[in-house]
Design a protein around this ligand. Structure first.
Ligand SMILES: Nc1nc2c(ncn2[C@@H]2O[C@@H]3COP(=O)(O)O[C@H]3[C@H]2O)c(=O)[nH]1
Length: 685
């Protein structure tokens, strides 16, 4: 009988190909199970089964199947719910078949969880508090809760975009899959233990199983725990279905992570299996270039640091919440976990000491450094663990008394920030990484998400505005500075006093920004006038030139920030062909600017903001416009000067005169320089 599993497509399923139970093994177990399935269990085993110290490694697979069958019989489900025994055996065998041979999340793990659930149910006598159907749901959910687990958790599924993540839209992909496989098994006619259920009963059981299995996603840990705590604080009501649902979710969660409630000799091998699976995943993530799950990274965690964190932040708070409702569970699940925490704390401290020692010896024995084990190597932890175990197991009885009496004791571990970072718990990482949470009765996820989006939008908008503002400011400041520098350098320019700030039409009093712009513009004009005047030019004739009228036009026509800004931009500040050019450096600069302006600008500059781009385009346009204006200006000046007074002509004008058909501003400029250089050479000769 083949149960729905997709083995192709996703990397996660590719891993499965090598982890499926072999057909031979399946067949062997099936046959053996059918041989022993009518055998009664010994009374010793039945008593042992009620304890967290139960060690399933003492039993074969078929014996474990037999024990599971016994649990259904213990609660009398076959009789109460008309479950056919052959169907029950088929169901259990199908479950067995659909677990993978992965280190931790395998069939035996599902048994451990079911056994802990069974033990807790009996301990608190839950049958007297809730409906039998709920007990059936709890036991069946535990058996099915990790079906077809690939050994790679949800974070991997999402990051690797596996078939499961695609199918379940990143929402608890594994738990949804476990559930789905369970109901595919139950869909097989000869394995459907609910075949004789009314549709209402089936719906109740199906809803219950789905709820319980989905609750095992650690990304929902805090959400469920908070709701359960609230229910207990408000006054837990065993007649309230919402409270019962919460209790069932908490019970399966406790059972799922209850390994540390078992004695050290039972818990330790399971922890090693868990770490084997963790490290396999993180190694794969590294190989595949995926984000490495921090609490699984062999380079970042050690067993003690991980356990301190997991027990302190996840396990104890959960167990203590359940114990609030069922104090009788204290001894069974809380005491041993406190003991385990104390053990791992000591181990952790010892590992840290050892690491410090090693670091010291690395420094002092530099030559031997290469032979010393890496401080973070698991070898250190393991050797210390072995030493500690010996000593600690001897002290166990004394210490246990003191730890166990500390009922209100500190559950949380005192971790440094660095340690917390290293051992980030599964809950914290899953909650942060997984984008979606399934809505529950009390949490308005929608509202939370929309608030979050609002915040993001506002923050981004602020960022954008700030960026544009900074861009403008930078360009403006740069241009102003450059211009002042130029003036000082080439024209020995001195700022004018009270030069026209008041006369600037539309200028706001006290607007330093505007005043500064205007000041520079005016200063430049003043400077040019002076220079022209110095060289014998008529101020009036000069100011009637194209450039001055352009300035006047701008002054009267608009005071907008950009227009004013352009008036004094470095490009418009380039001296015209009629001006004097003191040295070749300036001509080089102008040449460069000219070349830049000639070059076609890229259509889209991804790094610039649209506003800045627009502004820069306008600067370039202005520069080109100015160039042609300057070229025209040369002509105009030439015309006007030829009309008015030939004395007003500068050397450049004269040169223009000699070559009136000069095609461009640049050639006029170069011509001018050539002439000047030639005259300089002649002078020096
Ligand atoms: N570090 C640590 N993690 C655990 C322990 N027991 C359970 N977990 C984690 O808790 C998770 C519960 O859900 P899963 O079974 O998917 O995977 C489990 C492990 O990743 C434990 O003893 N130590």
């Amino acid at each position: 009988m083949i149960v729905y599993i997709s083995n192709e497509v996703s990397p996660a399923h590719r891993h499965l190909k090598y982890r499926r139970l072999s057909d031979a093994k399946q067949k062997e177990v099936h046959e053996k199970f059918l041989q022993i399935c009518d055998d009664p269990l010994l009374e010793d085993i039945l008593q042992y089964l009620r304890l967290p110290s139960f060690d399933c490694s003492e039993y074969s697979d078929e014996e474990i199947l037999l024990i599971l069958q016994y649990m259904y019989l213990h609660f009398d489900f076959p009789v109460k719910y008309n479950i056919n025994m052959t169907t029950l055996r088929n169901f259990l065998f199908q479950v067995y078949k659909n677990y993978n041979e992965v280190p931790f999340h395998n069939f035996r793990h599902s048994f451990c969880v079911t056994q802990m659930m069974y033990a807790m149910i009996l301990k608190v006598d839950l049958s007297k508090l809730i409906d039998d159907l709920e007990i059936l749901v709890l036991i069946t959910s535990c058996i099915c809760h990790d079906l077809d687990h690939p050994g790679y958790n949800n974070l991997y599924q999402v990051n690797a975009r596996t078939e499961l993540a695609l199918r379940y839209n990143d929402i608890s992909p594994l738990e949804n899959h476990h559930c789905s496989v369970a109901f595919h098994i139950l869909d097989l006619p000869d394995a459907n233990i609910f075949e004789n259920f009314s549709s209402d009963m089936f719906r109740t059981v199906r809803e219950g199983i789905i709820r319980c299995i989905l609750a095992t996603d650690m990304a929902r840990h805090n959400e469920i725990l908070t709701q359960f705590r609230d229910a207990v604080t408000e006054g837990f009501d065993f007649k309230n279905q919402l409270h019962i649902n919460l209790l069932c979710m908490i019970l399966i969660k406790v059972a799922d992570i209850s390994n540390e409630a078992r004695p050290m000799n039972v818990a330790e091998p399971w922890l090693d299996k868990l770490f084997k699976e963790f490290f396999t995943q993180s190694d794969t993530e590294k190989k595949e270039g995926l984000p490495v799950t921090p609490f699984m990274d062999r380079d970042k965690i050690t067993k003690p640091s991980s356990q301190c964190s997991f027990i302190g932040y996840v396990l104890l708070p959960l167990f203590e919440a359940l114990v609030q409702l069922f104090p009788e569970l204290n001894e069974m699940i809380v005491y041993p976990v406190r003991y385990a925490l104390d053990y791992y704390r000591k181990l952790n401290e010892a590992v840290k000491d050892e690491q410090r020692q090693q670091r010291k010896s690395v420094v002092t024995l530099d030559a031997q450094a290469s032979t010393i084990t890496s401080p973070s190597s698991p070898g250190v932890a393991n050797s210390i663990q072995a030493q500690l175990e010996q000593g600690m197991l001897q002290q166990k009885s004394e210490e246990e008394t003191s730890i166990l009496s500390d009922e209100g004791g500190q559950s949380m571990v005192d971790l440094t920030e660095e340690e917390e970072e290293e051992t980030k718990t599964e809950v914290a990482v899953s909650e942060k990484t997984l984008k979606f949470k399934i809505s529950t009765e009390r949490v308005d996820i929608k509202a939370e998400i929309s608030n979050w989006f609002k915040l993001v939008e506002i923050r981004d908008l602020k960022k954008k505005v700030l960026k544009i503002f900074i861009n403008f400011e930078n360009v403006k400041l740069r241009s102003n500075k450059e211009m002042i520098k130029k003036k000082k350098k080439f024209y020995a320019w001195k700022p004018t006093h009270n030069s026209g700030v008041r006369s600037h039409p539309g200028s706001r009093k006290g607007s330093r920004e505007k005043a500064q712009d205007f000041e520079i513009t005016r200063a430049y004009r003043f400077d040019r006038t002076n220079r022209t005047s110095e060289s014998g030019a008529d101020k009036r004739s000069w100011s009637s030139s194209e450039n001055t009228s352009s300035y006047e036009d701008k002054r009267s026509d608009n005071n907008s920030y950009e227009k004013r800004y352009h008036t004094c931009s470095p490009t418009t500040a380039i001296p015209e062909g009629s001006g004097e050019f003191p040295n070749a450096l300036l001509s080089d600069k102008l040449k460069k600017l000219n070349e830049e302006a000639e070059q076609p600008k890229p259509q889209s500059s991804s790094t610039r903001s649209p506003d800045l781009k627009r502004f820069m385009n306008r600067v370039v346009r202005d520069f080109r416009g100015n160039k042609s204006k300057v070229a025209n200006g040369v002509k105009n000046t030439e015309d006007s000067s030829s009309k008015s007074d030939s004395k007003c002509q500068t050397n450049a004008n004269r040169s223009q005169h000699k070559e009136p058909k000069s095609p461009s501003w640049m050639s006029a400029l170069l011509q001018n320089i050539k002439l000047r250089t030639a005259s300089h050479e002649t002078d020096s000769q």
